[in-house]
Design a protein around this ligand. Structure first.
Ligand SMILES: [Zn+2]
Length: 349
C-alpha cells in the first residue's frame, strides 16, 4: 500500500500491533494526534464490509495534509484507528472470522482472539468516544420513503429498557451534527438504525461501559454498488464528528433531533419487476418480483448474483431499479440484466 507511506510522511504515526487473528494475521492500528480527547475507531469487524475501511484511509489522507481543520483535530484529539479488525474475514470476504463467529456478537463472551485483542486495546487506550464502522445491505430505506439509507447511524442502547443515558445522549448529539451536515449533501438519505439491546454487540457493550459509541453504517447510493459515493459521505461524516469533538461543541446539539432521523426500514429491492406474468405465465397477475443481489467472491472479484427474494403484491416497496416488463421486444431488460431475465423465464420450470 504505497499511498500509506505518503499519508504518514507528515504525521508521527506509531503503528500498533494489537493482536493476531485466528489464522495468525496481525491486527494493526495506528495512533494519530496528541490531544486530550481520545477517539477509538475500527472498521471491518465484519470482513466483507470494506467501505468504511476506505473512508478511514481518506481520513488519514485528510489529516496528513497541512490543513487548518486537520491540525485542530490532531491538536485536540488522539485517535487510534484499526482499519481491519477481522483480517481473516477480510481475506475470505466473510462477515465472520475464521472460526465462523460474528465478532459483533462476541463482545461479552470474548471467545475469539480478535475480540480479546480489541478489548485489551479499548482498556489500555480508555477512549472518550468510539466509532464502530460497518456496511449495511442495499435493502434499507430511510423511513417509509423511496430514499435509500445511504448512511445510517445508531447510538446503541445500554440496557434492555433502552434508557436515554448521558452516554447515549452524547453519541446522539454527535449523530445529529453529522446528520445536519449530510442533509445538505444527500437529503432524506440518512437513517437511524434499530436500537434493540444485545449486550454481546460491541456498541451496546461499550456504551454500557460508559463510552459514547456511534455505529456508522454505509449503505446504498443510487447506481453505486462499489459504494464510492457512500465512502465519501462516511469520510465527511467522520470529519464532521471529529471537528465537533475537537471544538468541544457537542452540547450545542439536541438529543431530540436524533429521533427525527427516520428509522431504517427494509423496503428496497435491488430490482423490482412489475408485471412478471408478461415474461412467464407462472407468475400471478398483480404480483411483482423483488430481486436482491448476493455478493459472491469469485476469483478474487466480487460479483453481484441476482436472486428472487420475494414474490407478491409488494405494495409500498421500492426498487433501486424498476422494470415494468411492458416492452414487447426485450421486456425492458438491458443486456446487463440477462441473468435476471433468465431467473424469471426459468421460474417454476
Ligand atoms: Zn457490520
Amino acid at each position: 500500500m504505497e499511498s500509506l507511506a505518503n499519508c504518514f510522511s507528515n504525521l508521527e504515526t506509531p503503528i500498533i500491533h494489537i493482536g493476531d487473528s485466528v489464522n495468525g494475521l496481525p491486527i494493526k492500528g495506528f495512533k494519530l494526534g496528541s490531544g486530550t480527547r481520545k477517539v477509538l475507531m475500527w472498521s471491518q469487524m465484519h470482513g466483507n464490509e470494506s467501505t468504511t475501511t476506505k473512508a478511514v484511509w481518506d481520513l488519514v489522507n485528510f489529516l496528513s495534509q497541512d490543513k487548518e481543520l486537520g491540525k485542530t483535530i490532531l491538536a485536540n484529539c488522539t485517535l487510534i484507528i484499526v482499519p481491519i479488525l477481522n483480517p481473516d474475514g477480510a481475506k475470505l470476504y466473510t462477515r465472520e472470522n475464521s472460526n465462523e463467529i460474528d465478532l459483533n456478537r462476541d463482545a461479552k463472551n470474548l471467545t475469539q482472539p480478535e475480540s480479546i485483542a480489541f478489548r485489551k486495546l479499548f482498556e489500555s487506550f480508555a477512549p472518550d468516544f468510539c466509532f464502530n464502522l460497518h456496511d449495511q445491505r442495499t435493502l434499507f430505506s430511510a423511513g417509509n420513503n423511496d430514499k435509500p439509507a445511504t448512511v445510517s447511524f445508531l447510538s446503541p442502547a445500554s440496557n434492555k429498557e433502552r434508557h436515554i443515558t448521558p452516554t447515549r445522549e452524547t453519541a446522539m448529539k454527535l449523530i445529529v451534527a453529522m446528520n445536519n451536515m449530510l442533509q445538505n449533501e444527500i437529503p432524506g438519505q440518512v437513517g437511524r438504525y434499530d436500537d434493540g439491546f444485545n449486550d454481546n454487540c460491541i456498541g451496546d457493550t461499550l456504551q454500557m461501559l460508559g463510552v459514547p459509541t456511534i455505529l456508522f453504517e454505509s449503505g446504498h447510493y443510487p447506481r453505486d454498488y462499489e459504494r464510492e459515493k457512500t465512502r465519501e459521505y462516511i469520510f465527511k461524516a467522520m470529519v464532521e464528528a471529529l471537528k465537533i469533538i475537537a471544538h468541544d461543541k457537542i452540547e450545542t446539539y439536541k438529543t431530540g433531533d436524533y429521533f427525527s432521523i427516520p428509522g431504517n426500514k427494509k423496503l428496497f429491492f435491488d430490482v423490482l419487476i412489475k408485471h412478471p406474468e408478461l415474461v412467464n405465465s407462472e407468475f400471478e397477475a398483480g404480483h411483482s418480483v423483488g430481486i436482491r443481489y448476493k455478493e459472491v467472491l469469485k476469483e478474487q472479484k466480487i460479483i453481484f448474483k441476482p436472486e428472487i427474494a420475494e414474490i407478491g403484491p409488494l405494495e409500498g416497496y421500492f426498487g433501486h431499479e424498476t422494470i415494468e416488463c411492458i416492452d414487447i421486444k426485450d421486456f425492458g431488460f438491458t443486456s446487463n440484466q440477462k441473468d435476471i431475465l433468465n431467473l424469471l423465464l426459468n421460474f417454476n420450470k
